[in-house]
Design a protein around this ligand. Sequence first.
Ligand code: AMP
Length: 471
Amino acid sequence: MNFESLGLDARILKALAEKGYTTPSPIQQQAIPVVLSGQDLMAAAQTGTGKTAGFTLPMLQNLLAGPSARNNQVRALVLTPTRELAQQVADNVSLYSKYLPLKSAVVYGGVKINPQMLKLRGGADVLVATPGRLLDLYQQNALKLDHLEILVLDEADRMLDMGFIHDLKKIVALMPKQRQTLLFSATFSEEIKALAERFVQDPAEVSVSPANTKAATISHQVFEVDKPNKTKLLIQLIKQEGWRQVLVFSKTKHGANRIARTLTSKGIEAAAIHGDKSQNARTKALADFKSGGVQVLVATDIAARGIDISQLPYVVNFDLPKVPEDYVHRIGRTGRAGETGHAISFVTEEDIKELFAIERVIGELIERHVDDTFPPTERLQASKLDTRPIKPKKPKKPKQPKAEATAPEGNNRTQTPRSGNAQKNRAKPNGNPAKRPKNSTEQASQKASGDRQPASRAPRKRTRPDTPKSE
Ligand code: AMP
C-alpha cells in the first residue's frame, strides 16, 4: 500500500514524498480512511507507530473542504498532555501542510501568552495545544471553539494520568456537538473507555498494539546494586559498553541534577530535565540530546512525558517508577521502528515490591544481573510471576504530581459551566454547529508577565500539571 491509494491530496503527497515517506504505517493504513470518511475514531497506538501522521494527514485533508478559519476561530484542535508533544505535533502539522492554504498554531504553558494571543487573532485552521493554556487563552477571548470541526485527543491516557479530565470536560463543553472526534491512546483502559463515552460518538476502533503490553523489541535487564553504587555503575556501563543516547529516569528533581552533574564531572555529556527547569532549558536539553551533543538525558517522569526520540537505544531506570504502568511508558521510548531497545533497571532490596509489580504488568520476569565491581550487599528476593489479572485503575482526581510539585502556580480559574446535555445530544458530523454555551467564560485581565492571568475572583480549585512548576 502507498499514500496515493489512501486518496490523499496531491499537495499532502508532495510533502510526504519530500519527507521520504513512501509506505503508510499500520496505524496510518487503518486510521486514515476512517478519518477521511468523517467518522469518529478511537485508536490504540503508542508513540513511535506513526500515529501523528495517522490523524494529521486526513485531518488536513478534511479541513481543505471548508472555508478557512477567521477571527480567532479554531477549526481543528489537537490536545496533548505535554508541551513537548504539542510542539512535536505542531512540527508535523507544519510539515505536512506546507503546500496547503491552512494556518496552524501551537500554544502551551511555560512561555509568554501574548505572542500566542496575537497569533490566534486571524484564526487557526489547526491549533495544537495543552489543555491548561488553551483554557487560559479561551478565557481571555483569544480563541473561539464554537465552529470547531475536528477534535483530536492525543495520548489520552497520559492526559488522564496527569489529571486533565476536568480541563478536558470544560474544553469539550465549549465545542459544537457536531464535530469529528479522534481519540488516540496507548492503552484502552476502562478509564479511557469512560472518557470515550463522553466525547466520542459511534467510533471506529483501530489498534496496532495490544493494550498494556510492552513493545516486542525491548530487552529488559535488572542490575542488583546498592543505592550508593548506582551512579558509579551507570558511569561504568556507559563507558564500558559505549552507550550513546541514554535516557535515565530519576525519581526526584534533585536526583536528576545530581546524576547529570556527576556524569558531566566524569567526562560524560549529560543534562537534566525536570519541573524546575524553564521551558527553554528543557527544549534546549532535548534538542542537544537529539542531536547527540548531550549523551545522557536525566529526566523525571513528568518532564519526560511526550518526549519523542526515535530509535532511542537505552533507557535506564536509575530509580524504579512508583507506579508500575510508568515502566511501560518509560520504556516505550526505546526499541522503536524495529530497533532493539534496552531497558536497564537498577534495583535495591527496598524496591523489590515495585519490581514484582512491574513484572506483573509486563507479564514476564526480568533477567537479573550483578556487576562484579559493584556487587550488592544482599541479593534480591527471587521473583515469582503474579499472573492475577490487574484491576483497572479508578479515575484519578486531578492533582499535581508530588515528585514535581514545588510552588503554587498562582492561577485562579472558575469552572466553566458545561452546557447541560451537551454530551448526550451529540449529533453526527456535517450538521450545524451547536451554539456556544452561554456564560462560557469570564473576561480576564492579563498579568504584566503576559503568561498567567487571574481568571476570576473564585477560590483556587486545584493545581494543574500544565504549568512550568509541574512539568
Ligand atoms: P509518531 O508515532 O507519530 O510519533 O511517529 C514516529 C516516527 O515515525 C516519527 O519520527 C515520524 O516522523 C515517523 N513516521 C511517521 N510515519 C511514517 C511513515 N509512513 N514512514 C516512515 N516514517 C514515518
